[in-house]
Design a binder for this molecule. Sequence first.
Ligand code: NAD
Length: 479
Amino acid sequence: MSTQYQYPKLQMLINGKWRDTKDHEPVLNPAEETVIGQLPMATRQDLDDALEAAQAGFRAWRATSPAKRAEILLNGARLVRERVDEHAYAITLEQGKPLAQSKSEILRGCEIIEWDATEGRRVYGRIIPSEPGMRHTVLRQPVGIVAAFSPWNFPMSSPARKIAGALSAGCSIIIKASEETPAGAMLLAKALTDGGLPPGALNLIFGNPAEISDYLIPKPQVRLITFTGSIPVGKRLTTLAGQHMKPVIMELGGHAPVLVCEDADPVAAGTTCAIGKSRNSGQVCTAPTRFFVHDKIYREFSDAIARKANAIKEGNGLDPASDMGPLANRRRLEAMEMFVEDAAAKGAKILAGGRRIGDRGYHFPLTVLGDIPIEARAMSEEPFGPLALVHRVRSLDEAIEKANSLPFGLAGYAFTRSAATAHRLSEEVEVGNLGINHFVASVAETPFGGVKESGFGREGGTEGLECYTVTKNVSHLIE
Ligand code: NAD
């Protein structure tokens, strides 16, 4: 499979036309640190053209019937499914994850598009009964042009969430996809235009993220900002949006706690936790990270997670033998080395992994740090990498208190067979998404998003689509 495809030539999509520019930045393959493509860097003129296209695109797209909009989006998703091997190859090359994970990311992205597309036909309003002659009608209308910013960890499914949400609600969108993993979004945009998406409804740009967000967010034509990325950048964009009174959807960092309760099967939970941690090399905002394990089963659990972690093979994502790919960039590699060194100096035991593999490519193994003290930096700063931090607790109260002790609140998980414990955790763990006995934080039809500094607004489910609409009440006195 890997030799049959090539990394695509990178271009931007503005007003239905593919466009290159004069200035470029190299795109690297994280497995080998080789240059695989040249990223076009948008100029001011490109941004102005995208704004103009999105305005005309919005007028045409909102006037397109919801049924037709759904048909076009479903066409696009079908084309992505047909091209999944080609798209997966490009994503593995630019992001590093194993081909099987690239493929499942793409199929998940298709499910999101398909669900949003059909749900877009059900963005219903309400009629409110009133006195004779008066009718109050609540309309839900598309908010307008959306400016979207998607990250490097999910090159296809993250743009898919934003594009599908906006287009299903009848908005047009300008998306600046990741400069480090641009092909995932570009191939998706190509499939959607091949599926019949009219010019201007979707515009894809690349370039310097700060310059683009600083330019687009204040523009009066832009009515909603959606961003997935780090908390500091999220705060910066929210502040800028606030100065112009614009709503935002912010999907930011997390530091997911995993409460392994005393009644859980420690060996099964340990094995499942190692696999969950290895997904996308831990570079997931919902990645299980702080494992609070009850004293009674601590030993068996930590042996099991370390055993499984040692068996998970890290390597080039194009090699079918690799269970886990390299880190996506040098920043993550340096962060892992710093977190491990700091934790070990503070008394953590390295039960698996812990050191970079080789000296070419950003290869770092699945690492388990046992008996990690709360004071270790990784316990309060988001590692965003393959570190499992195992910490002993003596009661459920202690586990819940420690789980809730950080300013993050995106995903959380628990392993328990007790309905009473599960009920208490559902009530008390401060997160937007809680997974009990598994690690799937959300699916296409469920809302996904955070509390506290992990952000606000939701993607997915009916709650996600609602974020792309505004509510208008029409009071009509019939004469
Ligand atoms: P970063 O803060 O430099 O960048 C994060 C993302 O934000 C990138 O995709 C980048 O293109 C974009 N970005 C940066 N500055 C921007 C700006 N001014 N305007 C618009 N977009 C901007 O961090 P990083 O080194 O790329 O990633 C590390 C951290 O980012 C992680 O610790 C994690 O918290 C966070 N992150 C989160 C997610 C997520 O899914 N929520 C995804 C990727 C990264």
